[in-house]
Design a protein around this ligand. Sequence first.
Ligand SMILES: Cc1cc2nc3c(=O)[nH]c(=O)nc-3n(C[C@H](O)[C@H](O)[C@H](O)COP(=O)(O)OP(=O)(O)OC[C@H]3O[C@@H](n4cnc5c(N)ncnc54)[C@H](O)[C@@H]3O)c2cc1C
Length: 417
Amino acid sequence: MMSETRGNTDVVVLGAGIVGVSSAYAARQRGLSVILVDRREPGSETSYGNAGILSSGSIFPLNQPSLFGNLPKYLTNRHPALRWDFGWALKNPTWIAQFLASGRASQTRPRALALRGLINASLKLHRQWIVEAGAGERIRETGWLKAWRSDNLAAAKADQAALSEYGIKSELLDRQGISALEPNILPVYSVGLLHSETASVDSPGNVVKAYAQMFAGAGGDVRQAEIRSIAPDGDGWRVMLSNGAIHARHVVVALGPWAADLLRPLGYRVPLAWERGYHREFKPNASRQLRRPIHDAENAFLMTPMQQGIRVTSGVELTARDAPSCHAQLDQVVPLARSVVEFGEPVGEVWRGARPTLPDSLPMIGPAPRHKGLWLAFGNQHIGFTTGPATGDAIAAMIAGAAPSFDTSAFSPARYL
Ligand SMILES: Cc1cc2nc3c(=O)[nH]c(=O)nc-3n(C[C@H](O)[C@H](O)[C@H](O)COP(=O)(O)OP(=O)(O)OC[C@H]3O[C@@H](n4cnc5c(N)ncnc54)[C@H](O)[C@@H]3O)c2cc1C
C-alpha cells in the first residue's frame, strides 16, 4: 500500500545496519521523532555477517606503513589477506592513490587518535545498550587473540608497543599461555597477543535486531521498504520509498556499502570503495569450543564462536561491490582453521559482505556540506560493528545541536565532498 507520511517527523534514518539503528535510537533518546527505513530486517547485511568483534585496538587501518612492505606479496593476488581486481583498480586509480597516500607514516598518529576516540565512545555505548536491549548474554568479555604460528615474538612485541602508545592494553603469550587461555585448540601457535579490553558477541545480526527493538520500544518507527531517492522538500526532505514517501526535517544516510548511490543525484561524488569479505560457519565440536575470537596473523583469517557455530571470516577482496563472488580466499583458509580447532560440517552457505571504506579509512560522520538537514554516517570499514553506536550517537547530537562525546573533526564529510 502506498502511503505518504508528512506530519512532523524530525528524522528519517536510511539503513538499519548497526550505524542506522544506532543513529535512530540515539536520536529517539534525545526526544526526536524518528523513522528508520530498510528494505530488509534490521541487521541483515554487513552488520549481520561480520566477525562480531568489539575491538578496542583497531586503530591502525589496512592502509598503514606496514602495507607498503606487504604490497609485493599482495600484488601476486594469492595471499589470503588481500586480493584485488585488476579491472576495478584500472577504473579507480584515484581511490587507490589516496588510499596508499593515507597509509604514510605521517598519517598514522592523527588517524589512530581519531579512531581511538570513536572506538572508546562506542565500546562504552555497546556495553550499556546491549544490557538495556536485553541481549547482555550475547557479549563475551574474553578479549581477542591474535596469534602467530612462527616464532615471531618481534611482531607481537611491535604490535603491543604500538597499541600501548595509545593506552590500549594487551598481553603477550607464549605457547603455554595460549593453551591455558584456549585449552581446546591444537598447539599450532608459538606467540600470541591478547587484546584484553576487546569484547565479542555471538550474533552481531541479533544484537542489531535487539537495538532496533529497543528503538521501537522507545517509540521509534521501523519501516521496511526500498529507498528510491531523496530530495530537498521545503524546510526538510522527501524520501521516496517503494511503498510511499516520507517527509522529515532531517535525513541520515546510513546505508553502509550502498551510501554513495543515493547521494550521487544530489551532486555528491563519494569516494567509497568496498573491502569485500566472506564468512562460512561450521558446526562446532561440543568438546572443542572456542572461548574468544582468534586472528591467525600470518594467514589473515578470523575464527569467532557464534550462536550457530564457528564463523571463519576471510581477508579483503578489493573489487566492485556487486562483482560475482570468488571463494578463493575462504577456500584457502578453511583448512588452516581446521588445523587450529576441530569443527564439523558447514552450517548454511558462504556469506559475502562489503566493508564500506573511504580512502583514509575514516568514516564520514557529520553534515553534508551543501544541504541543510542532510547527515552522513557511513564508511566504517573493518570496524563498523564496533563503531556504529558512537557514530549514530554523534549524528544524533549534531542534529540536536549538541556536542558529540568525542572529537569528530577528522570524520567531517567536507574532507572529500
Ligand atoms: C567479513 C567482515 C568481517 C567484519 N568483522 C568486523 C568485526 O569483527 N568488528 C567490527 O567492528 N566490524 C567488522 N566488520 C565491519 C562491519 O561489519 C561494517 O563496517 C558495518 O557492519 C557497517 O555497518 P553499516 O550500518 O554502515 O552497513 P550495513 O550493515 O550494510 O547497513 C546498511 C543497510 O542499508 C540498507 N540499504 C542499502 N540500500 C538500501 C536501499 N536502497 N533501500 C533500503 N535499504 C537499503 C541495507 O539493507 C543495510 O541493512 C566486518 C565486515 C566484514 C565484511
